[in-house]
Design a protein around this ligand. Structure first.
Ligand SMILES: [Zn+2]
Length: 498
């Protein structure tokens, strides 16, 4: 299969057209069915910790940040070999800059242009947005994730730099290795390699693990994608074999392995279409069907205009701060709760937590015998509350409240109605309070859409950061308005559910 690279995406029109007509299909010329192998990538072409020239010096991890850092080391070591690298041509085809938020903080004006000696470092010079983008990320999901700490208490930027100091530099400084490098190692070059790994690597199988995979990494992302990579994951972890090999023993399960003649599976990874592809259509992969814009921005450096996976999280302190006093022990130590986009719906986790907080408070003030004082609500109580909520939502959506199945069989519905009313007020307050913490502190309360319109198109970081803040505020707004409707229903004289 010959693939032609046109403006950054693959056009396989010509050859696929020939194939389809040879198969006698009724599809129009150039129309391709799902299940077609679009690209075959030789296993020998992938760049991984196992295949790089410093393989024996880089600890292998299959998953997680250490897998990313190990592959960054492998990739960077190949960059440093320059023309002597097996992947020289591939390396030259990679983007010279991957602008991820994890590196934005480094590019303050004072650091502008200070390269550090590596040719790759030059890739990191360019237009900087100074400190504005980071300020715009205040309170957003992006900054929350960037501030998360690993088991060693390190945030991502710190973990990257520490890995370079502790693992990469000591190896690269060895005399037997250093004299083979065409460039001096530099931290910025390693960071660039990390950006490439973050945005382009594939988890292939238990042998290569995470790997740079030529051609597979040129497809852009959409949720409704055309192609995906296919590989047999459980190969021999020692040699990569799909078949019985000398490493088969108690530690290597040979029952998963293939029998018979070798086939393409032994030598190639394949990009296979999972949807029909129309002529001249850009072929997309998906980097993850449920990735939010915060996840996309952190890992890949871009966001979607509209992303149904976007959520806003609250930490427990943000929630309980709206309650004058929270009974000790009444709240499970849930770290976060979630809002969902589109319909302004709150997660079940948050709904249940708010119920619990309200009921506990209600118990102290109203002394009703029907509600639990502390601990989790019973299943019956949750069902009663849910039935009441469904009544309200049916009223909201015009479906009428008197569904036979939902006809109230419990005697506490009016009490749950009061709790739901309180919950709606709390949710509205939560949204308003949260919104005040999102975005550039100087511009809180202003129209972020208007601000975005005024940002020049070449200030990409700033545009991304303002977009993220704007999007999260709109999630909060949609949630707030949805729950204000709930308040309207519950306080309307005619519609109060009795
Ligand atoms: Zn083996």
């Amino acid at each position: 299969m010959i693939c032609i690279l046109i403006r950054g995406f693959l056009s396989v029109k010509t050859r696929l057209g020939e194939f389809m007509s040879s198969q006698g299909t009724n599809y129009p010329p150039g129309y391709y069915l799902a299940g077609f192998t679009v690209v075959r990538i030789p296993k020998s072409a992938v760049l991984s910790v196992k295949s790089c020239w410093l393989s024996e010096h880089i600890p292998f991890e299959l998953h997680g940040l250490n897998a990313q850092l190990g592959l960054s080391f492998a990739l960077y070591s190949e960059f440093l070999r320059g023309g002597s690298s097996r992947w020289y041509g591939y390396l030259r085809s990679l983007p010279s800059s991957v602008d991820l938020p994890v590196f934005w903080a480094y590019d303050q004006p004072s650091a502008h242009g200070r390269g550090g000696g590596s040719g790759i470092v030059g890739a990191l010079t360019g237009n900087y947005d100074h400190d504005d983008p980071m300020l715009w990320l205040h309170g957003t999901e992006v900054l929350r994730r960037l501030n998360e700490r690993n088991r060693k208490g390190l945030r991502l930027p710190e973990a990257i730099d520490l890995y370079y100091q502790d693992h990469v530099l000591p190896v690269l400084k060895r005399p037997d290795i250093r004299h083979l490098l065409e460039q001096e190692p530099a931290l910025n070059g390693f960071r660039h390699a990390f950006g490439l790994v973050s945005s382009r690597a594939f988890l292939l199988d238990v042998y290569h693990g995470l790997a740079m995979t030529p051609i597979a990494d040129v497809f852009n992302h959409v949720v409704e994608n055309h192609v995906h990579i296919q590989s047999d994951f459980y190969v021999c972890s020692e040699c990569g074999s799909l078949r019985e090999c000398e490493h088969d023993d108690a530690h290597h399960d040979s029952t998963l392995k293939l029998n018979g003649e070798t086939s393409d599976q032994d030598f190639f990874y394949e990009m296979v279409s999972n949807a029909d592809i129309a002529p001249n259509e850009e072929i997309f992969n998906t980097y993850g069907e449920k990735l939010s814009n915060a996840e996309l921005l952190i890992q890949y450096g871009f966001i979607l205009d509209s992303n149904e996976s976007d959520v806003v999280h609250f930490d427990l302190a943000e929630i309980t701060s709206l309650f004058a006093s929270t009974p000790n022990g009444a709240v499970n130590p849930l770290p976060f709760s979630t809002w969902r986009r589109r319909d302004g719906r709150i997660s079940f986790q948050l709904w249940k937590l708010l119920l619990q907080l309200l009921v506990s408070r209600g118990n102290r003030t109203k002394a009703t015998e029907h509600w639990s004082m502390l601990g989790s609500l019973s299943k019956e109580e949750l069902i009663e509350a849910a039935v009441t909520q469904i009544h309200v939502e049916r009223k909201l959506h015009g479906n009428g409240p008197d569904d036979q199945e939902l006809e109230s069989s419990n005697v506490h519905e009016s009490l749950w109605t009061q709790v739901l009313l309180e919950m709606a007020r709390v949710v509205v307050r939560l949204c308003e309070t949260k919104k005040e913490t999102i975005g550039h502190p100087v511009y809180v309360g202003q129209d972020f859409g208007e601000i975005l319109d005024s940002v020049p198109v070449d200030r990409q970081r700033l545009r991304l950061a303002v977009s993220v803040a704007m999007s999260e505020c709109s999630i909060l707004d949609s949630c707030k308005f949805a729950w204000m409707d709930v308040i309207d229903v519950l306080t309307s004289d005619d519609d109060v559910i009795e």
